[in-house]
Design a protein around this ligand. Structure first.
Ligand SMILES: Cc1ncc(COP(=O)(O)O)c(C=O)c1O
Length: 482
């Protein structure tokens, strides 16, 4: 945020943009919300937009685009092969990341598919700071095992540690000593951990990991999907880098890795993704897979319009006033929730506000999905859609038992430049009411459960009639309020 001090002392997350295009929203009555969540099998992924007031499911593909991005979409060079649009994108990526080879793909998980197919063989390990759902699924499908090497503070819900996303270097060294470098497919750092509160990684940690990876000749891969947030935190929380520009920091980070990949639904504010490297050999081998799974090498499953908007979006990501817009809103909302005593992950990270459902709903057995229950309850009482990031987002163990997640989070994503402060305040108000009435909230159980990535399509039902009771209390307290 620009350097602005307030007379009244309140730290207000001020926008350095104005809204010039809007979308009408509705807040349907609570009776309809109850019905809608039932129809969706208590899975917020299965709700329809018409029933949602504030969509805080994700920032993926729903960050606001700028006027310049939208304008760029009108001047594409549209062709299957060799478009000038692709050249512009490749050149922009080289300018920003200092890596000359670029493989375009349709979205982030497509990078994970190609990289896992190429690097992971049966019995190999992939150490990382923390897994992401689709990353883990791709590695497992190829016979590999994900090893999460995080430090204890990563899972501490209340903390002041500025970089809870760091990989534990001692554990990494021990793994290499024990298993040997040949058994490690690659080392992966997620630049900002999606599943444990959008917590960032320090530049120091990237550089130290890189040193180890280079010493043992193990490929080092950065998942840069949440890089914009991480860039903001390195600049604001890591003393050594505070005077460097975002472009300078990006280059140092990029240089530390052999491969950088990203979901452009997050990084670049469009719908696409890509893998970048300076290693010609790896590039050529991955290139062989590209037309099979994505598309020709100059579009990789993306529309040229999106690619043209990505050129601008990546350039805008180097603007501190743009990248801070998510983190400053998140910081504000977390600060207000802490004041109200509502359990929330601290310090504030990127991507969104992460409610600590483990504590919020400590009266519900974890096997009844605390984060999922909180997601249903919040939707019913506010029309706000969050995303479960807890046990439902895990895969079952081989013996069929639930793998209880280390953390139960309800993520309220704050896509950049989308919500206003009053909408954030409305959400805080409804959360305050819900926290007071939390004992009314009960658990959930599956009645339809896909084998893989069950959180996308699985359906659940309440373990009792707690949702009706919650609605009755809401009506008693708020009367005919929506
Ligand atoms: C860290 C991280 N990696 C990979 C992905 C997958 O990207 P996509 O949804 O574009 O497939 C995501 C998506 O949320 C993510 O957050």
């Amino acid at each position: 945020m620009a350097n602005i001090k307030y007379f009244l002392g309140e730290e207000i997350p001020l926008e350095m943009h104005k809204v010039r295009m809007v979308q009408r929203l509705d807040l349907v009555p609570i009776e309809r919300r109850l019905q809608a969540i039932e129809e969706a099998g208590n899975n917020t992924f299965l709700l329809y937009n018409k029933d949602i007031y504030l969509d805080m499911l994700t920032d993926s593909g729903v960050n606001a685009m700028s006027d310049k991005q939208t304008a760029a979409m009108l001047v594409v060079d549209d062709s299957y092969a060799g478009s000038a649009t692709f050249t512009r994108l490749k050149d922009k990526i080289y300018e920003i990341f200092d890596k000359k080879y670029f493989l375009p793909v349709h979205q982030g998980r497509a990078c994970e598919n190609l990289l896992s197919m190429f690097f992971v063989k049966k019995g190999m390990y992939v150490p990382m700071n923390y897994h992401f759902t689709t990353t883990k699924a791709h590695i497992m499908v190829n016979g590999g095992e994900v090893l999460e090497l995080f430090k204890p503070e990563a899972l501490e819900p209340v903390s002041t540690h500025p970089f809870k996303g760091n990989i534990d270097l001692d554990q990494l060294q021990k793994l290499i000593d024990k298993e040997g470098a040949e058994k490690i497919a690659f080392i992966r750092i997620e630049a900002g951990t999606n599943l444990i509160g959008g917590q960032p990684v320090a530049m120091e940690n990237y550089l130290a990991t890189s040193k180890i990876a280079r010493k043992y000749n193990i490929p080092f891969i950065i998942d840069a999907s949440l890089w914009a947030d991480n860039l903001h935190f390195i600049k604001t929380r890591e003393e050594k880098y505070k005077n460097l520009s975002t472009r300078e920091i990006t280059k140092i980070m990029s240089e530390s890795a052999d491969i950088v990949y990203f979901s452009a639904r997050k990084l670049g504010h469009v719908r696409g993704g890509g893998i970048i490297t300076n290693n010609e050999d790896i590039f050529k081998k991955l290139l062989e897979l590209l037309p099979l799974y994505e598309g020709f090498s100059t579009y990789g499953g993306m529309s040229t319009r999106e690619m043209e908007a990505m050129v601008v979006g990546l350039d805008e990501t180097m603007d501190e006033e743009m990248i801070n817009q998510g983190p400053i809103f998140i910081k504000y909302m977390v600060g207000e929730l802490v004041k109200l005593g509502i359990p929330v992950i601290t310090p504030p990270g990127g991507l969104g506000v992460h409610l600590n459902a483990m504590e919020f709903l400590s009266h519900i057995p974890q096997e009844q999905y605390r984060a999922g229950s909180l997601g249903s309850a919040l939707y019913i009482t506010s029309g706000v859609r969050g995303m479960e990031r807890g046990t439902i987002s895990e895969e079952r163990e081989a013996d069929g038992s639930d793998h209880l997640a280390a953390v139960e989070l309800l993520r309220l994503a704050l896509p950049r430049r989308v919500f206003t402060l009053s909408q954030v305040k409305y959400t805080i108000d409804r959360l305050a009411w819900l926290y007071e009435n939390r004992k009314l909230i009960g658990g959930l159980e599956f009645y339809e459960e896909p084998k893989v990535l069950r959180f996308f399509f699985g359906k659940l039902k309440p373990t009792s009639n707690w949702q009706e009771k919650l609605v009755a209390k809401f009506k008693a307290d708020f009367g005919d309020s929506l």
